[in-house]
Structure formats: C-alpha cells, structure tokens
Design a protein around this ligand. Sequence first.
Ligand code: ZN
Length: 106
Amino acid sequence: MDRYVEIDGHKLPAVWEICHQCSGEGKSSAYLGAYSRDEFNEAFDGDEQEAYFRGDYDRTCETCKGHGKTLEIDLDRCTKEQERIAHDHFADLNAAAAERRYCGEY
Ligand SMILES: [Zn+2]
C-alpha cells in the first residue's frame, strides 16, 4: 500500500525507513548527550556504567516514538512540484538542526 506524508499541507509519497536516531531500536539514550570517555567515567560509577550499556537509561525514541522506523519522503516517486516541496522542507530541517548544534544540544 502506498504511504504518504503530509508536508506543509501537501501529500508526498513516502517509505518506511529505519530510524536514524535509534537505529531501529525504538529507544535510545541519546537524550543523555554524548560523553567523551573521561566525562563518561566521571558521570557514571561502575554499576551505573553497566546499567548504561544494558540500556537501563534508554528512553523511548522521540524521533520514531518507539516504532524504530520513520516515514520518509520517497523522492523517486515525487513529481517535480513535490520534489520542490520536499527540498524546501529539508532546507528548513537542516537549518533547525544546525541551530540545535549551535545551542550545544548535539
Ligand atoms: Zn527512533
């Protein structure tokens, strides 16, 4: 069955893709942020490190809401007009992502 995503009020053809955030796990500890090895050793003691790697700190992935997959625009099936809408949409997303990185959330 063909799937669609709605972008800015337009229906675009879409496909299911493995979630980039959690690699399809449906949960991740990404919200904790990234640690360098030293920071990690400082933030977690031995037991906590074990728990971390066991996934005790994992939360339901916000990107895919725990599905492990996300609906992505299928550019192969887009018309020229739909491609333009998708392009504009991604440009916005990239700008937002760059802003998040700038604010140190990444
Ligand atoms: Zn996910």
